[in-house]
Design a binder for this molecule. Structure first.
Ligand SMILES: C[S@@+](CC[C@H](N)C(=O)[O-])C[C@H]1O[C@@H](n2cnc3c(N)ncnc32)[C@H](O)[C@@H]1O
Length: 444
């Protein structure tokens, strides 16, 4: 059995990364907190400004390849066809197809003794449990954990929604589980009754008890929390510590395929586990880099970044040796932009984003990346692609030494949107490493 490289942060789609880098039966514990199909665009508040960190909206045409691949597998055909019969080619079905493809990879890389925690919310949890049953087998279902918290508002049209759902599945019945490492305090009332002899506690006359599948003792992070990094959907370290301690041992390998601002990685490092993280958002990877540097000074030189250039030289070699990965990265370095999910038929568009200009109002932005030489004609063709994609603005990304006077003049001819933002602008990799961003809407 080969071992994966650990203490590694990958930039990219977790499906591609798992397929390319992670061997079969090699991971002890997987925690995943994927987008929930919340139909929301999540904003990050970092450095005093707001930008879109990831887009949790789903389109069938982006997931049809995932559906075809999964539905072809004899063990999954019934589940996928059944769901499609119910949901047709809806955004929900797109989301579930996308998730099924990634969960199958999780199963492949999980050790027979391993566990997987899937964190979701009630929007999709009922469907996701069906998919998890299909992938891991219903006999390997162990818990539906209700994480109850108090933050957020209360709706007047329904009861206040105050919980997330975390499914625990294992790969077999021979899994590792150590609940006595994560005992939780008894309530004051129970302690009082034990002490006064009213409650006949034969088993544990202690202050602690084994944890239940309904958790109320871990608060969600509030706006003023010191742990907060400004990344949307950040989970508390306490939650991850509990999961990691209960389901892995020191030196075990903990993996988070949707690692956001790196809560799993942070907790795993603290608890002396090896870790692997993936995120498709450059902003997330940048936040993790800063988080690890702040908390684990000595770790810095031991972390491996894959697909995420840290210096100009890295960017140049990525462009030379793996132009496809370079394109994905460069399409995502503009705050709020994501590389295309689909790999073909992009019609000159490599990345997209919806950037907020006011409450509920957005501008659509597209980008094109060119690693090699470019001309004025490329800029003109890109504007055609922008219009065809019905986007308001376009960002053309390339290396500084490839930019010509003719390209700049061509970009200037397209003028400004609302007299404010250049319709077409050129952004260079050098700009990015100098900490600059294109002139795009950023709500503050
Ligand atoms: C709900 S957030 C995770 C938050 C994380 N648990 C934390 O505490 O910070 C989901 C993350 O998944 C990332 N993501 C979405 N699709 C992805 C994909 N295909 N591969 C890897 N990461 C992805 C998003 O960029 C986002 O950072």
């Amino acid at each position: 059995m080969s071992k994966p490289h650990t203490n590694r942060l990958y930039f990219g789609d977790c499906l591609d990364v798992m397929q390319e880098y992670l061997p079969d039966n090699s991971i002890d514990l997987i925690y995943l907190d994927p987008p929930f199909n919340s139909k929301r665009i999540y904003n990050a508040f970092i450095g005093g400004a707001q930008w879109v960190a990831f887009d949790d909206t789903w389109r069938w045409y982006e997931a049809v390849d995932d559906f075809d691949r999964v539905a072809r597998l004899p063990d999954m055909a019934g589940t996928m066809e059944g769901l499609r019969w119910m949901l047709d080619e809806s955004p929900r079905m797109a989301y579930l197809s996308y998730m099924a493809a990634r969960l199958l990879e999780c199963k492949r890389i999980l050790k027979d003794t391993g566990s997987i925690y899937l964190h979701c919310d009630p929007t999709m949890s009922h469907y996701l449990k069906t998919v998890m049953d299909g992938v891991f087998g219903h006999i390997n279902f162990r818990n539906e954990i209700i994480w109850h918290y108090q933050t957020g508002g209360a709706g007047k049209r329904w009861f206040a929604r105050k919980h997330d759902v975390i499914f625990l599945y294992t790969k077999s019945s021979g899994y590792e589980f150590y609940p006595d490492r994560v005992l939780v305090p008894r309530t004051d009332e129970v302690i009082r009754r034990i002490k006064s002899g009213v409650k006949n506690a034969t088993r544990a006359k202690t202050l602690y008890k084994l944890p239940m599948d309904v958790g109320t003792d871990i608060p969600a992070l509030n706006a003023m929390d010191r742990e907060r990094l400004g990344y949307p959907t950040q989970k508390p370290l306490k939650l991850l510590r509990r999961i990691i301690e209960a389901s892995s041992n020191e030196n075990g390998i903990v993996f988070d395929p949707f690692c956001g601002c790196g809560t799993t990685i942070h907790a795993a490092q603290e608890l002396k586990r090896h870790w692997i993280g993936i995120d498709v958002c450059v902003t997330a990877c940048e936040v993790i880099r800063d988080r690890l540097t702040t908390h684990f000074d000595s770790l810095w030189s031991d972390i491996d970044f894959v697909g995420l250039p840290i210096h100009m030289d890295d960017a140049r070699s990525l462009a030379e040796y793996d132009p496809f990965k370079f394109e994905k990265w460069a399409a995502s370095i503009v705050r709020g932009m994501e590389a295309n999910k689909r790999q073909r038929g992009d019609k000159g568009i490599d990345g997209r984003g919806r950037l907020p200009i006011a409450k509920g109002k957005f501008l659509d932005v597209v980008s094109q990346v060119k690693a090699g030489s470019a001309t004025r004609g490329h800029i003109q063709a890109f504007d055609g692609a922008r219009r065809e994609a019905r986007a308001d603005l376009g960002v053309f990304t390339c290396f500084d030494d490839k930019v010509t006077e003719g390209m700049r003049n061509a970009a200037a001819t397209f003028g400004k949107h609302d007299d404010r933002w250049p319709v077409i602008q050129i952004f260079t990799i050098e700009d990015y490493f100098a900490g600059r961003q294109p002139d795009l809407p950023i709500a503050s």
